[in-house]
Design a protein around this ligand. Structure first.
Ligand SMILES: [Zn+2]
Length: 89
């Protein structure tokens, strides 16, 4: 899984959450408390595993940065193809 593929999965999953918030399918992260019990409001929906695009955790920016300093998210094994790309196989 190269960096481009990881970025594509991130973008696809972030877009899904943005759309869900826009359609009121989930509240904006900022009205939720950070799940790390730090008593701050969440700033972002964090994806621990991009295999599950709608499984997200509300985190504040600080806890989010801490998580990424210590952990690596899970990425799906399969490559992702953007619109306009030729698919082979
Ligand atoms: Zn926090």
């Amino acid at each position: 899984m190269d960096r481009t593929q990881r970025l594509r999965w991130q973008q696809r999953c972030h877009r899904l959450i943005t759309v869900q918030v826009a359609l009121w399918m989930r509240p904006p992260a900022r009205v939720l408390l950070c799940e790390r019990d730090c008593n701050r409001w969440a700033d972002v929906y964090h994806h621990p595993d991009y295999t599950y695009p709608d499984q997200v955790v509300p985190l504040c920016n600080l806890c989010h940065h801490r998580w990424h300093a210590r952990n690596e998210p899970v990425y799906p094994d399969k490559p992702i193809y953007e619109k306009g790309m030729t698919q082979h196989g």
